[in-house]
Design a protein around this ligand. Sequence first.
Ligand code: 5GP
Ligand code: ZN
Length: 113
Amino acid sequence: MAECLFCRIIAGDIPAEKVYEDEEIFAFKDIAPKAPLHVLVVPKKHIAGLEELEEGDVPLMGRIQLALRDIARDQGVADSGYRVILNCGRDAGQVVFHIHYHLLGGGQGLNLD
Ligand code: 5GP
Ligand code: ZN
């Protein structure tokens, strides 16, 4: 989607600090980190949010879980611990409507209420 911020980042139209990429998945540093490590992990396929997820997306979303784990290991937070967040809709504070997981780690900012 040409007007989607994360589609534009995936396409390379908008610069971002990439930490992982494969055929289906892209991960990059959040521009306003809420923890020492704050990575956004997204499918390359444009899916607006969890409400728009379809049965056919299940394998993709499963592979994203493994990518989250691998990125946490690569970034050095697997042993110390990390948090994975998926915001859904207005009340959760979702502002970018391309489904994404926040991966937060590094010891600070994890006790988000
Ligand atoms: P949401 O609130 O939708 O779950 O999270 C959107 C996230 O995208 C926010 O944490 C915000 O800081 C991040 N973000 C917004 N614009 C940009 C951008 O242009 N580049 C990067 N790397 N992150 C962004
Ligand atoms: Zn998109």
